[in-house]
Design a protein around this ligand. Sequence first.
Ligand code: DGY
Length: 328
Amino acid sequence: SDKQRPRRPKAIVTRRLPEAVETRMAELFDVELNLDDKPFDRARLEEAVARADVLVPTLTDQIDAALIEKAGPQLKLIANFGNGVDHIDLKAARAKGIVVTNTPGVLTEDTADMTMALILSVPRRLAEGVQMVLEGEWKGWSPCHMLGHRITGKRLGIIGMGRIGQAVATRARAFGLAIHYHNRKRLPEAVEEPLEATWWPTLDAMLSRVDIISIHCPHTPETHHMINAERLRLMQRHAYLINTARGEIIDEPALIAALQERRIAGAGLDVFEHEPAVDERLLAMRHVVLLPHMVSATIEGRLAMGEKVIANIRAWSDGHRPPDQVLE
Ligand code: DGY
């Protein structure tokens, strides 16, 4: 029962967090920090779930059913430091009565800013230009030097119109992009209207009609490899694909084939199927911009994520429902 919840719960944190967050956690909880930031191996994770009241993992920890099976009866809360929870088996957690929380809302603007940076960078060949200067390959201005494609007036197709998708749409509007979106549910008119957003009930129809696709849905069994070979074939030859959500939403070998055969014009990727491994064929391409899973990486954002984790743990240990409980 709620009364049995420990006042100073034992919280095991799997990665280094901003110092201010760690300090606050140490004041409030019986916390074990990972000061050398070495990712927990399986044995250390198993040992942690056997002892902790609260586990604070990140997306680099696989909290699967087999691990949750090893959890002791005292483990009651998995307070994820991060928004996406596709590394946590929510069903297995629920079956064991373990509450899962995340940190929504505080990464929205940062993620949308960097998504916009990719939307601008890929068609305009920004990374290629930087590289040319750094390598001393720039031979001077000429009329047909480094030509890209205009952003203004193009159609942006957003997959997943939640908080982040909407924040991208707001920015993209200011750059003169026409907003199209695919979402299970159509947004209320009050949201659609200022964005002049067009809803596509089927993804396939939208894919064949937009110039830039940007992915902002969670990775779930339903969205796993949602962008596969057939869907890539629906995209136009001049279209670009941007992914700042999760690598597993795209069938990466299929994307590589489409890029190699120039069936699409380019891609901007912050996330990959087997992070931190990046396929060598992508590294050899000029028409891609590749980032190391960093679009949410701001100091302000990470502090706010820490505050959310703390608020979730406190609410739980006070016997309340944590504000960011993730439902299956
Ligand atoms: C998340 O929180 O899910 C991001 O991918 C990393 O901050």
